[in-house]
Design a protein around this ligand. Structure first.
Ligand SMILES: O=P(O)(O)OC[C@H]1O[C@H](OP(=O)(O)OP(=O)(O)O)[C@H](O)[C@@H]1O
Ligand SMILES: O=c1cc[nH]c(=O)[nH]1
Ligand SMILES: [Mg+2]
Length: 212
């Protein structure tokens, strides 16, 4: 059963995504736009967080006011490109814990190699939000979700910027319990398994490493 795929189709998100996709966008513009879109993606990914109530006093009267009901959060960045979404998520929830999974896609086999893994310990009791701008073949996302589940996670969500139909299908088939939040579903993968129309290599664009 597929829990959900949410496309954040708000006009502001779609406008910013267009600016970010442009090949002329500088590293600095790319970073800024990814941060701005990341705030909206995080807003959607955390929409179902439970609320409790506390009593506060406004200058006018006492009220029972809503507050987050103590669900602990972990944001997991899939290195490197996931770091572009980590900043905005932490702006939304500064108290969240942070994990990192280093995955590098082999451009020949299209399979990811894991080179780093560190997540907070009490994974099972937390909402675990995996961050990676690109869902292409889905191999990296499937591996990232499996690694975090192997560490005990029950509530896992996946936030990306762009998803290819191929990657969406693969991830939802492998992990039907994981909600996916994306800003767009693109047309297809090309012969090198890059997302079309896409934005190129997200890690290189975020860190300015193209050609290095
Ligand atoms: O869905 P897939 O086909 O697995 O491709 C998507 C992966 O490729 C990119 O990472 P990359 O391996 O380029 O690492 P980087 O972030 O260090 O550039 C991207 O950030 C995803 O992790
Ligand atoms: O289009 C793609 C596919 C994989 N990784 C990227 O960064 N971009
Ligand atoms: Mg890359």
């Amino acid at each position: 059963m597929t829990k959900s795929v949410t496309v954040v189709d708000h006009p502001l998100v779609q406008h910013k995504l267009t600016l970010l996709r442009r090949k002329e966008a500088s590293t600095s513009e790319f970073r800024t736009l990814l941060r701005e879109i990341g705030l909206f993606l995080g807003y959607e990914a955390l929409r179902d967080l439970p609320l409790g109530r506390i009593q506060i006093e406004t200058p006018v009267c006492t009220m029972e006011a809503p507050v987050l009901a103590g669900k602990k959060l972990t944001f997991i960045s899939v290195l490197r490109a996931g770091d572009g979404l980590l900043g905005p998520m932490l702006e939304l929830v500064p108290s969240a814990r942070v994990g990192q999974i280093g995955l590098a896609r082999d451009e020949e086999t299209l399979m990811p190699t894991k080179y780093f893994f560190k997540v907070p310990q009490d994974t099972a009791s937390r909402v675990n939000v995996i961050l990676d701008p690109m869902l292409a073949t889905g191999h990296s996302a499937i591996r990232a979700v499996q690694e975090i589940k192997d560490a005990g996670a029950k509530d896992v969500r996946f936030v990306c910027l762009l998803a290819a139909p191929e990657g969406l299908k693969a991830l939802t088939e492998a992990h039907p319990d994981v909600p996916i939040i994306t800003a767009a579903i693109d047309e297809k993968l090309n012969e090198k398994a890059y997302i079309v129309p896409g934005l190129g290599d997200a890690g290189d664009r975020l860190f300015g490493t193209k050609g290095v």
